[in-house]
Write a protein that binds this ligand. Structure first.
Ligand SMILES: *Cc1c(COP(=O)(O)O)cnc(C)c1O
Length: 243
């Protein structure tokens, strides 16, 4: 078994190579370590290896985990810029908790969730960074706002007035498919849509393009990703408790 640090450095090499292939600078792409299902100790180990940005899928899971993170990591969160973002679907009845636990929510997909998150953040005297999740596949299990939906139009029109959130860009999860070119087409489409939205909604920032996971992050980088979300390739296979 390799160590976390070895897996991290292998991924770092691949990120650097993909940036070079795409003629991009390495510092245009950030790495998010997706620690969902893994224990607090896995986060501690990643922090020790230099990781500063984490993704978690569930509000309650991270609430439990955050209680067992050592004070070193908790203090580091302020001192060294450690950030944890929610990358799983957020229900509107969990927005208050989410605003307290996370420094960013990367899966906002409705005006209602955006409004509630904004209110919750304002009540805490904070501002949350958010990404809007876009659904580009027909899979019923996928969440996100459709690129041509009325919901998305409303969200983009109103978001700039919600002072508790700051829209930074968009994210997507491509359809499940063994052919990597399916992911490429999806990433390319999101980048093109993003370019259009950046023109249409100049009060919002669309700088962040969160695309690419363990199996397709190099393709994501080639297609313009600024944030790759890597779980399995860093932490190993996830084990879900029997349902
Ligand atoms: C789980 C998850 C990831 C990480 O997936 P891996 O294939 O394990 O790298 C990335 N993004 C989202 C939204 C996820 O839910």
């Amino acid at each position: 078994m390799s160590t976390f640090a070895e897996r991290l450095s292998a991924i770092e090499e691949k990120i650097a190579a993909a940036c070079a292939r795409a003629g991009r600078s390495r510092d245009e792409v950030r790495l998010m370590a997706v620690s969902k299902t893994h224990p607090a100790e896995a986060i501690e180990e990643a922090v020790a290896a230099g990781v500063r940005l984490f993704g978690e899928n569930r509000v309650q899971e991270f609430e439990r985990k955050s209680e067992s993170l050592t004070t070193v990591v908790r203090a580091g969160a302020v001192r060294e810029g450690i950030a944890v973002h929610l990358i799983g679907h957020l229900q509107s009845n969990k927005t208050a908790k989410a605003a307290k636990l996370f420094s960013g929510v990367d899966t906002v997909d409705s005006l209602k969730v955006a409004e509630r998150l904004s209110e919750a953040a304002l009540a805490l005297g904070a501002q949350l960074r958010v990404l809007v999740e876009i659904k580009l596949s027909d899979e019923a299990a996928k969440t996100g706002a459709g690129p041509d939906s009325e919901e998305l139009r409303l969200l983009f029109e109103r978001a700039a007035d919600l002072k508790g959130i700051a829209v930074r860009g968009v994210m997507t999860v491509p359809p499940l498919d063994d052919n990597p070119e399916t992911a490429r087409a999806c990433f390319r489409r999101l980048r093109e849509l993003r370019d259009g939205w950046a023109q249409a909604y100049p009060r919002l920032s669309f700088d962040e393009l969160s695309m690419g996971m363990s199996g397709d992050f190099e393709i994501g980088i080639e297609e313009g990703s600024t944030l790759v979300r890597i779980g399995t390739a860093l932490f190993g296979k996830r084990e879900y408790p029997a349902a």
